[in-house]
Design a protein around this ligand. Structure first.
Ligand SMILES: [Zn+2]
Ligand SMILES: [Zn+2]
Length: 126
């Protein structure tokens, strides 16, 4: 593993969210000023191909990256565009029971309003 790849992985593992390539590049350059944008983008692509990380297509805005390729669901806030992980093991088991076979992979994004956005909206309505 190259130093650059180790740095990118470290940035992703130390961030609770799902970063965009530009956010990863900004943090990488802060910690390794000589790193080029192309290097970060190329490594993200390789890490995605190696199933080390996962690329997430967003309903709006740039793709984001997940620090794990282990399948899980996401909660997407339509208000502030935040993205949170949500376990969906029970849901997948139910699906498997319904279709009578194993689910091989899935991408699940549930749209909602996060508690902060819901509170802000309730304030506007009252
Ligand atoms: Zn929100
Ligand atoms: Zn995730």
């Amino acid at each position: 593993m190259t130093r650059q790849r180790a740095l990118i992985l470290d940035i992703m593992q130390n961030d609770p969210g799902h970063l965009t390539a530009d956010e990863i590049f900004a943090e990488a350059r802060r910690r390794m000023p000589s790193i080029a944008r192309g290097t970060v983008y190329r490594n993200l692509k390789l890490m995605e191909q190696d199933h080390e990380i996962a690329r997430l297509e967003m309903p709006s805005g740039p793709d984001r990256f997940d620090k794990t390729a282990v399948p899980h669901g996401h909660l997407y806030c339509d208000g502030c565009h935040s993205l949170r992980d949500v376990p969906v093991v029970g849901l997948v088991r139910e699906l498997e029971a319904a279709i009578g076979t194993e689910v091989r992979s899935y991408q699940l994004t549930v749209h909602y309003l996060c508690p902060e956005c819901r509170r802000a909206m309730e304030k506007t309505l009252n």
